[in-house]
Design a protein around this ligand. Sequence first.
Ligand SMILES: N[C@@H](CCC(=O)N[C@@H](CS)C(=O)NCC(=O)O)C(=O)O
Length: 203
Amino acid sequence: MYKLYYAPGACSLSPHIVLREAGQDFKMVKVNLAEKKTEDGGDFWAKNPGGYVPALEAADGTMVTEGPVIVQYIADKAGKLAPAYGTAERYKLMTWLNYITSELHKGFSPLFNAKVQDESKAVLKDRLKHRLGVVDKHMASNQFLLGKDFTVADAYLFTVLSWTKRPVIAIDLAKEFPNLAAYFARVSARPAVAEAMKAEGLS
Ligand SMILES: N[C@@H](CCC(=O)N[C@@H](CS)C(=O)NCC(=O)O)C(=O)O
């Protein structure tokens, strides 16, 4: 059984969705990110020296960190939700995972930081919108990031898009990125995604 270290609504929602989509047996362990403590009082620094979620503990004790790696680890072990390693399709998947992590996820992060000045936030938000525009264009002719099949990259993209609704971000997908709005609705309707949202108290 896997153990997923998570915080509700954080980027750990992505591996949470993947565990459900892949039909894996898992336990959720909530992390208090401010105190770096797990819900059972354990020291989270000992689980992930970076002090951030997600972190995944496999049944054999292997600890896997970094969201894009965790989702590929789960997919490869389960033999679903990612094209085979070494194929051209797999490189497309890795390209999207990298884009989501470095251009989108880390584009959102400073906007959540109360210490970042509004002037800087406006510049960063403009840049993030440009990056979202690239994915919106891709979604004009694709059901999912890799085409017709849902993959682990979709769990991650869905997770970061869910942040657009937070008041501190306030990006109206329907108005500014209609293809992403349709994609978000499509992914939200997947039973595993709805279950993950419910389990984290997000729906
Ligand atoms: N490089 C990490 C970043 C993960 C990350 O940014 N996690 C955030 C939540 S979305 C977090 O736990 N932040 C708390 C902290 O950094 O103290 C990954 O890709 O998994």
